[in-house]
Structures are given as C-alpha cells and as structure tokens.
Design a protein around this ligand. Structure first.
Ligand code: HEC
Ligand code: HEC
Ligand code: HEC
Ligand code: HEC
Length: 372
C-alpha cells in the first residue's frame, strides 16, 4: 500500500468502516511508520508486523473470534535492510508457532516475501503452515488464480487495488477448511461508495488549496527578496502551514558569489537527484535531502525549488535573515558547528562522518580542497 502521509487520516477511517481487522506494513508504509501507526491507532485498527514488534502500537499477530472460530492474522511485513537477520528469523519463527497454536484458521500477510513453496512445506511438517497466504511476490504473479501448496492457499494480489478478493471458508471440526475464492473488479462490479467518494473529493480540494496557497506565498517571498536580503518569515500569512521559513539559496548569490559557486558545485546542491533517480523522493527521505521540503512540507518533483537539495539555509539558518549589514554580531555562541551537520549526517546515513568530520567540514566550508 503506497499512500501519501496526508491521506492516512482519510483512508484509515474508511478501512475502519469497511471493518478491516488489521493492516500490515509494506515497504512504503515503513518510511512513514510513526504517522502510519498513529493514524491506524486513531482509527482503532491494529498494525501487524513481526519485525517491528517492539514498537508501541505494532503487534506480530492478532487473533479474532469469528463465529466461535479463532482466526489468526500474522504479518511478515517489510523488514528494513538494517534489521538483524538472525533476530528477524527468530521473531518470524516464534510468532508463527504462537499464532498457529492459538488459532483454528491462520492468515499470513507476507509483504516480507518469506513464504515460498519450500518454506510452506517445512512449516507444514513443524506445526502447520498458515491456511492462507497473501501479499507476497508470488501472489502478485498469480493473475486471478489461487495456488495451493500442501494445505495452504496463496491468494492473488493486484498492485493497485484494482480488485477485491473474497474468500469463503467453511470449517467443520476434524476436517480441513474448505475454501472458495472469487474476485470483483472495482470499476466494473462494485458501485461507487458515496461516503468514500465525498471524503476523497474533500481531500483533493483541501490539497489543491494548500498547494495553491503555498505557491502564492512562495512567489510573494521571491518577489520581495529578489536582489534584496530574504524577507523575514511572516507567520499567519496565506499558506503558512509551513514548518519554518524557507530562504532560497538564489537570494544569497548577490552578496556571496564565491560561496554560492562552491555550493552549487557540491553534492548538497543536487541532493534531491539521487532520490528522484531511485524513485524515493518521499517525505522520509526529503526530510534531510531537501531544504524546501524541510521548511515547507511541500514537494512537487517538477517544481524548480524542490530540486535545490541541501541549501545555504540548511547550514546557515542561525544567521538568517540578514541584509547589507550582515548578521547580528551581538548574538553569542557558534553560528555553525559540527552539530549543524549532525542533524543530517547521522551514523545510519553517513557512517564515515564522525571519523572524517574534519574532511567533511573542509569540503563543505567553501575552501578549495587540496589534493594530496
Ligand atoms: C537523517 C538524514 C537523512 C535521511 C532521513 C535520509 N538521508 Fe540519504 N543521505 C544523508 C546524508 C547525510 C548523506 C551523505 C552521506 C555521506 O556522504 O556521508 C546521504 C546520502 C544518500 C545517498 C547517496 C547519494 C550519492 O550521491 O550517492 C543516497 C542515494 C541517499 N542518501 C538516499 C536516501 C533515501 C532513499 C532516503 C530515504 C529512505 C534517505 N536517503 C534518507 C542523510 C539522510
Ligand atoms: C553543508 C553546509 C553548508 C552549506 C550548504 C553552505 N555553507 Fe556556507 N559555510 C559552511 C561552513 C562549514 C563554513 C565555514 C564556517 C567556519 O569556518 O566558521 C561556511 C562559511 C560561509 C560564509 C562565511 C565566509 C566564508 O567563506 O568562510 C558565508 C558567507 C557562507 N558560508 C555562505 C554560504 C552561502 C551563501 C551558501 C549557499 C549558496 C552556503 N554558505 C552553503 C557550510 C555550508
Ligand atoms: C545584501 C547582501 C547580503 C545578502 C543578500 C545575504 N548576505 Fe550573508 N552576509 C552579508 C554581509 C554584509 C555579511 C557580513 C560579512 C562580514 O562580516 O565579513 C554576511 C555574512 C554572512 C555569513 C557569515 C556569518 C558569520 O558567522 O558571520 C553567512 C553564513 C551568510 N552571510 C549567509 C547568507 C545566506 C545563506 C544568505 C541567503 C539566504 C545571505 N547570507 C544573504 C550580506 C548579505
Ligand atoms: C539538511 C541536511 C544536511 C546538513 C545540515 C548537512 N548535510 Fe552534508 N549531506 C547531506 C546529504 C543529503 C548529502 C548527500 C548528497 C548527495 O550525495 O546527493 C550530504 C553530503 C555531504 C558531503 C559529500 C559531498 C561531496 O561533494 O562529496 C559532505 C562533505 C558533507 N555533506 C558535509 C557536511 C558538513 C560538513 C555539514 C555541516 C557543516 C553538512 N554536510 C550538513 C545532508 C546534509
């Protein structure tokens, strides 16, 4: 499931009204996990994922009572690459064992892509494989067919929610569950839900207003500051749902030509590019790679401003704004130091930074680097 974070508060109540019992964690959900979990919690839907077990609000599995039957929902959700592999295998193993013991009918949401044929056969010999498996890679390649391995049914998935699957299950004591699967296509078989349609239209209208107000405010600021020092932030102005003031690097060039030149040639100036190349120009990554996003929370890949990456203000925020007189000299304390960099150069993203901080500093400080 790939949703803009701002859609969470719209979508979760819908899932609730559709009586969702649980949601898993896909790759894209993982990148805004805090907000995802919070929105699910607000809607009262448990987030299920084995590999984020220790996180508040996330559980490895849930057990629901359905007409006297204990139905388990277990999720092998997306695991970030930095997760310890051994620990992950242990979590998956224990959760399956527990959930299998506690449920008569077990569903595995397998976004983590663990349950291949071999795996299913091995689990069947241990304590029983899940009765139903969905959401993994093989599920995407099934088209509209189900696949049965041993006693486990793999249900087909479509990547963009083009259809809804219905599984009818009949369980009799002492017998294997009997299942029948069918699919309905959303734009053919299912009538538009008026409540949901309205909620989506309202959402789209709010977003449109928001982005128009934002551009208007930005254009205004650009006009005011062209050639002159950047204008002071204007709280309460149209579109100032912004997180802070955004100072466009192009406004500094008039007075700091050489620094602008060295910055423009640095990787900081194009830090959004690797994200676009990887299709990851998403909030979780833009939070460090784009000053525009950091300050406004707005981002459109086609927008010139959003391509400027890490900008002057990302490092020099403390002396901004200022004009011809320069920054206020009476302000005490360091204006820029290694802590400025550490806001982004955290060990997980910049593993060499602490070891090589002198080299990093030199590279960023507009001084020519001597080749030795
Ligand atoms: C906490 C801040 C932070 C976040 C969040 C962040 N990055 Fe980065 N990223 C950095 C820093 C700092 C570097 C530079 C590392 C270095 O050179 O030491 C970097 C470097 C990179 C590079 C290497 C660029 C190149 O020129 O090869 C890529 C690619 C990248 N990040 C992608 C991502 C993606 C994708 C995400 C989101 C999943 C992300 N980053 C989130 C701070 C961050
Ligand atoms: C990645 C962080 C970073 C970015 C981005 C950055 N600078 Fe700097 N800047 C530095 C560092 C580090 C120094 C050196 C400070 C020191 O040694 O005290 C510096 C120094 C300066 C100085 C003081 C004079 C000098 O050259 O030492 C000016 C003026 C300046 N920067 C302007 C800019 C402008 C304008 C931009 C954008 C076009 C910019 N900087 C982008 C880190 C940055
Ligand atoms: C109208 C001219 C003007 C503009 C525009 C301007 N500055 Fe400056 N800036 C100055 C002057 C003057 C100084 C003081 C220089 C000195 O003391 O040698 C200064 C000093 C600085 C310093 C050194 C800070 C320190 O520790 O003393 C930084 C960093 C800086 N400017 C960043 C920026 C950034 C970033 C922008 C754009 C957002 C910008 N400036 C826009 C005139 C300007
Ligand atoms: C707003 C987040 C942010 C801040 C603050 C920041 N950086 Fe970076 N830095 C990045 C990102 C993101 C990259 C990777 C850009 C890319 O490769 O596309 C990077 C890359 C670098 C690089 C590699 C660039 C190259 O040309 O090889 C150096 C050196 C660096 N940063 C030094 C610093 C220093 C020193 C500071 C503090 C004075 C600093 N950075 C502050 C986000 C930041």
């Amino acid at each position: 499931m790939s949703l803009g974070e701002r859609l969470f508060p719209v979508v979760f109540p819908m899932l609730k009204s559709m009586r969702y019992c649980a949601v898993g964690v896909g790759r894209s959900d993982h990148f805004s996990l805090d907000r995802y979990v919070a929105a699910a919690k607000d809607a009262g839907i448990p987030v299920v994922n084995v590999c984020a077990k220790d996180r508040d609000g996330v559980v490895p599995y849930v057990i629901k009572q359905v007409g006297g039957l204990r139905v388990g929902i277990l999720s092998y959700g997306f695991a970030p690459p930095e997760q310890d592999g051994l620990d992950l295998r242990k979590r998956r193993y224990l959760a399956l064992k527990e959930a299998r013991e506690k449920s008569d009918f077990l569903i595995l949401m397998d976004e983590g892509n663990v349950a291949n044929e071999d795996w299913i056969k091995r689990q069947a010999e241990r304590w029983g494989a899940p009765d139903v498996i969905m959401g993994n890679m093989s599920a995407f390649s099934l088209g509209s067919q189900t696949k049965v391995v041993g006693k486990s049914w793999i249900l087909p998935s479509t990547p963009q929610t083009k259809s809804v699957g219905v599984l009818e299950v009949k369980v009799e004591p002492g017998k294997d569950p009997q299942m029948k699967f069918s699919q309905s296509f959303l734009n053919e078989d299912i009538a538009e839900d008026e409540t949901i349609k309205k909620a989506l239209e309202e959402y789209a209208a709010t977003e449109k207003k928001r982005s128009e107000a934002m551009s208007a405010a930005m254009n205004q600021r650009m006009l005011e500051s062209s050639g002159k020092p950047p204008a002071a932030p204007n709280p309460g102005a149209a579109g100032s749902t912004a997180r802070g003031a955004y100072y466009d690097s192009r406004t500094c060039v008039a007075c700091h030509k050489s620094q602008h030149e060295s910055w423009a040639a640095s990787k900081h100036a194009s830090a959004v590019k690797p994200l676009i190349d990887k299709g990851r120009d998403i909030p979780a990554c833009l939070d460090c790679h784009s000053e525009w996003y950091r300050q406004t929370g707005a981002y459109l890949p086609v927008d010139e401003r959003s391509k400027l990456g890490v900008e002057c203000a990302s490092c020099h925020g403390k002396v901004l704004p200022h004009g011809e007189a320069g920054p206020d000299k009476s302000v005490a304390g360091p204006r820029i130091d290694l802590d400025t960099c550490r806001a982004c150069h955290k060990p997980e993203h910049s593993p060499d930074f602490e070891k090589k901080s002198k080299e990093y500093w030199k590279k960023a400080s507009h001084k020519p680097v001597k080749s030795t």
